[in-house]
Ligand binder design. Sequence first.
Ligand code: ADP
Length: 167
Amino acid sequence: MIGLYPGSFDPITNGHLNIIERSTKIVSKLIIGVLDNCDKKSFFPLADRVAMIRESTKHLKNISIITFDGLLVDCAKINKADIIIRGLRNLSDLHFETQLDVINKKLDNTIEIIYLISCDKYLHLSSSIVKEIALKKGDISKFVPEAVVERFRRRDIFKKTSSIFNT
Ligand code: ADP
């Protein structure tokens, strides 16, 4: 069985990684679909988001990473996914996912979507919270894989270097 785990992953967090690791025990092949959404301004460029996922999932087998910008059901069909996997943290995720589920089933009712409830230690973790902590110079190493910590560090150094050149 092939599973597709879609998201923005801006950036990948330990919560995402937990869903990925658990999914690999359910499906024989997991495709991580990184959304290239022009309407939603992302903090990290698509290539960086993909690279961080690649570096953070090196220890896992039977994983591939793709990017997509069309309909989720089309992406699943093109990549021959049997199921779509989503994570659920709280009632607002459930509310949003219920809407998405109904719409996706109307578009294509041959693809099943399954939901993995977040582990308690990641229930309050989101990419937005990580970005907020990092931008306020807080320690994000408990919340994200090392590859993400490294990317934030590089952005910081780049910002400092360019501000030196600009003065
Ligand atoms: P999207 O833009 O689709 O919400 P995200 O990258 O924010 O993309 O999330 C991708 C998927 O991972 C979603 O199903 C989301 O609910 C889930 N997810 C995000 N953070 C966590 C977490 N801490 N624990 C479990 N699932 C999560």
